[in-house]
Write a protein that binds this ligand. Structure first.
Ligand SMILES: [Zn+2]
Ligand SMILES: [Zn+2]
Length: 538
């Protein structure tokens, strides 16, 4: 049986939505207004850039062809800080600066990568993001409507859009599409966003459709920057729970900038203009209003007790939440756990930090320069990653960790990049993925606060959470969802070799290659499937 895949955090529709959201009528007329539409590049050079011949990382067509059958698709109204202060008249300025800061820090420019990302968002849309008309809440609603549009509909074949192309370029793009059908063509394909748990079960049992779970990245999406009172934010949470056609499974509470509710973890490398904008409330704790909104998202009242009038429980994803804020969130989680109410902690697209406690992360904040690693030199030790204390709470609440596919998050340093140029066994490979997975496992196994059964349950808490289409620079051999199968095969090989070391007691339960295969299946699909089945709203 062909291996199935899941992704706990990615943005499947992002590219299509960015291209089309401002011109819905035009694209509807052409029959292209759909999350299935592939946005193809008008230039071969760009497609052949850093991210390989494949232009997008995880659009629905690629998901379909990669046998990805469960996706946690994240809605994300782009934060305006990224585009503020950039001159719309200077074409190069906008995304050039944005991407230079986000992706490259103050290190040399990687032109290929830059251009690939530049193509993602048309100038007109950038102008719109800069204008006073741009409202996160409206944008979130539009994005949700776009994504649910074709849910449950089987399409004979997807459309392809080549932005700004003249006829010759379009012809060339069509030729490229013919040569690479896995990247451009899905036939007789379907995705479905389940309305409830019963529909989820049916959908997961049906391999001829992609089960799509909706999530939101950043509580700023509620429009926290423009509302008059906290009551308005509260009303919007209820609006999502009571009026949206489908449930939201989790919210990644924080993101890159101040959301007026909690602190966000330092995420942007280098000293660019954007880093300056990231400073307000960075690495801080919760604000008073933040506590209230957090509780209401979880369906808890002022006394911290479950209250059905607050609607179903939307889970919280702690990725991007500052260590100081996580301390406060975990206090609530532990208080509820002691009362028999388990709130599974999700960390949807993370690496291991190699740090012991959240307090250590707080103490070491000032050290968070580019290439800052834990003492082993292996892991990215910024507080955006997970420390032993995070892992303990995740295990105890039977939560879920999505492993990010971003090189930097996984601890690749500029020194590694230099050494990889000449060394045979490159770190920018399956090694980076396995080191982080093993980091999580060893952390649980060496934690005296976890019982023997809890220690081994860490294997159930691990899954793929790439952040594809989230402006990331993926681990070299795995640039898109189409490389998942090769990733899984390589992972089997690496673990199968590692388990033969008698000192590797944390791998002792793998008695054969078949045992390893079975776990890799769980990592790729089974763990995420079991988790969503258990925790999806009724
Ligand atoms: Zn993110
Ligand atoms: Zn993301």
């Amino acid at each position: 049986m062909k291996r199935k895949f899941s992704d706990l955090h990615c943005h499947n529709h992002m590219r299509a939505h960015f291209q089309m959201q401002e011109k819905q009528k035009k694209f509807t007329r052409k029959g292209e207004f759909s999350p299935w539409t592939v946005i193809a590049s008008n230039s071969k050079a760009i497609e052949d850039g850093k991210m390989g011949a494949s232009y997008s990382q995880i659009d629905l067509v690629k998901c379909w062809n990669a046998n990805l059958r469960l996706t946690f698709n994240s809605l994300y109204p782009l934060e305006r800080e990224f585009v503020q202060g950039m001159d719309p008249k200077i074409k190069e300025d906008k995304w050039y600066h944005f991407l230079a800061s986000v992706l490259l820090g103050d290190k040399g420019l990687r032109r290929d990568l830059l251009q690939t990302a530049y193509m993602r968002i048309p100038d007109k849309v950038v102008d719109y993001f800069q204008s006073p008309d741009y409202d996160y809440w409206e944008s979130l609603t539009r994005e949700k409507n776009f994504v649910i549009k074709d849910s449950g509909i089987r399409i004979p074949k997807n459309e392809m859009h080549v932005p700004g192309a003249i006829l010759g370029e379009r012809k060339a793009a069509e030729k490229r599409a013919k040569e690479d059908p896995a990247s451009y063509v899905a036939e007789n394909a379907c995705y479905r966003i389940p309305k409830n748990r019963a529909e989820l079960q049916t959908s997961l049992a049906d391999d001829t459709e992609i089960t799509m779970i909706l999530t939101i990245e950043g509580a700023h999406a509620l429009g926290t920057d423009r509302v008059k009172t906290v009551q308005d934010i509260s009303d919007r949470v209820q609006f999502i729970k009571k009026m949206w056609e489908v449930p939201v499974f989790f919210i990644t509470f924080a993101h890159h900038f101040d959301n007026r509710l909690c602190g966000h973890a330092h995420s942007i490398p280098g000293m660019g203009k954007i880093l300056m904008k990231q400073r307000p409330h960075m690495n801080e704790g919760f604000r008073r209003n933040g506590h209230r909104i957090l509780r209401e998202i979880l369906g808890l009242n002022l006394a911290g007790e479950p209250d059905s009038s607050l609607g179903y429980r939307i889970l919280i994803d702690v990725k991007h939440m500052a260590a100081r804020s996580r301390v406060e969130y975990y206090d609530l989680v532990k208080m509820r756990l002691a009362k028999g109410d388990r709130i599974p902690v999700i960390a949807s697209h993370c690496g291991y930090s190699g740090i012991k406690t959240l307090q250590d992360h707080i103490t070491f904040e000032k050290k968070e320069k580019d290439d800052y690693t834990d003492p082993s030199g292996k892991f990215n030790a910024w507080n955006i990653n997970l420390c032993d204390e995070d892992i303990e709470v995740i295990v105890k609440t039977r939560g879920l960790i999505g492993l990010s596919f971003d090189q930097r998050i996984l601890g690749l340093t500029s020194d590694d990049i230099k050494k990889d140029k000449t060394r045979e066994k490159k770190r920018n490979s399956i090694q980076l993925i396995w080191e982080n997975l093993e980091g999580f496992v060893k952390s649980a196994y060496s934690n005296p606060n976890l019982s023997a059964a809890e220690k081994t349950s860490i294997w159930k808490c691990l899954t793929i959470g790439t952040d594809f289409e989230g402006l990331i620079d993926p681990v070299n051999p795995f640039p898109t969802v189409l490389s998942f199968d090769s990733m899984a095969n390589q992972l089997v090989e690496v673990i199968d070799l590692a388990r033969k070391d008698p000192k590797a007691t944390h791998l002792a339960h793998f008695k054969s290659s078949a045992d390893v295969e079975k776990w890799v299946d769980d990592f790729c699909f089974g763990n995420a499937e079991a988790f969503v089945l258990e925790n999806y709203p009724e």
